[in-house]
Design a protein around this ligand. Structure first.
Ligand SMILES: [Zn+2]
Ligand SMILES: [Zn+2]
Length: 300
């Protein structure tokens, strides 16, 4: 383990004080100094966790991660997310269709989404949004198919915003190489629905636009990467109350786990990096980010 990472881990463990687990519910109680954190974006329904999900959730609890929001990316995956939330007291669900999965999705998702979203442990709609990313050197896609895909992304994003507004839920937004068109669709809903622009990698100007709409950014393990300077700058500059922490696991494991399977326990490393750039103690960051998450997801 690298020196810096080891130091951070020690700081987290040192700051947490005595372990205060409420054995009955598996959640941390209010005794002792609290440095609990939430993983506001995990994909626990992915096959990566099929073999050891119980142990993954236990490790998160032991690391002080007292809430996990597991995020659907398809209707079927959203139903799995809800079932996982039913199984673990600390896990909640968001239901939605990711822009990368619109081709396999029905064109009309509102009735199915409403049914899923009425579950008491569903705390948000998503992830939804627009993804216009192309890998470098990727051949130009057939322009008709591409235009059709983008229109469907926009339509399903719109539908998810409508359902969120109807049900009084906020929205988890995925945007990649598509910030301006994403905001164009989101903006008319911004008075009724807040968005968290997850896995934030945008510019400071874009961050100010998000804050101006009363919405949030959330930061992943990229904040710990050597080449994550822009993300650390954003995490240092974002207004208080306008950001949360997430893993986006199984992706984006923070240093010192980079390249391995990520899991919710790794929020501890992300929190240490963000506390450092904001000049905050872990206790102060814990209080701030958990309060923000509870405002954004009132059922947590
Ligand atoms: Zn995403
Ligand atoms: Zn995700």
């Amino acid at each position: 383990m690298a020196g810096l990472a080891a130091g951070r881990t020690a700081a987290i463990e040192g700051g947490r004080g005595t372990a205060c687990l409420d054995q009955g519910r598996g959640l941390r109680s209010t005794c002792g100094p609290m440095t609990e954190f939430f993983d506001t974006h995990a994909h626990l329904d992915f096959p990566d966790y099929a073999g050891d999900l119980g142990a993954v959730v236990e490790r998160a609890t032991a690391a002080g991660i007292t809430r996990i929001v597991t995020i659907g990316t398809t209707l079927e995956g959203s139903a799995r997310a809800v079932a996982i939330a039913e199984r673990f007291p600390s896990v909640y669900a968001a239901v939605g269709v990711h822009p990368g999965h619109v081709d396999e999705s029905p064109g009309e998702i509102r009735p199915a989404l409403r049914d899923l979203a009425r579950h008491p442990k569903v705390v948000a709609i998503g992830e939804t949004g627009l993804d216009f990313f192309r890998r470098p050197g990727e051949p130009e896609p057939d322009s008709v198919a591409d235009a059709t895909n983008r229109m469907k992304q926009a339509s399903l994003f719109q539908q998810q915003l409508e359902v969120a507004a109807e049900l009084g839920l906020n929205v988890i937004i995925h945007t990649r190489d598509s910030f301006a068109p994403t905001l164009e669709i989101f903006r008319p809903h911004a008075a009724r629905v807040k968005g968290v622009f997850h896995c934030w990698v945008g510019s400071l100007a874009e961050l100010r636009e998000v804050e101006g709409l009363g919405s949030l950014a959330s930061f992943t393990g990229i904040a710990t990467f050597k080449n994550g300077v822009n993300v650390r700058d954003a995490a240092g500059a974002v207004a208080t109350g306008h950001f949360m922490l997430e893993t986006d696991c199984p992706f984006l494991a923070p240093v010192p786990f980079r390249g391995k399977r990520c899991e919710p326990a790794h929020v501890a490393q992300i929190a240490a990096a963000i506390a450092e750039v904001r000049g905050l103690s872990l206790e102060a960051l814990s209080a701030e980010t958990c309060a923000t998450a509870r405002r954004f997801f009132p059922k947590l």
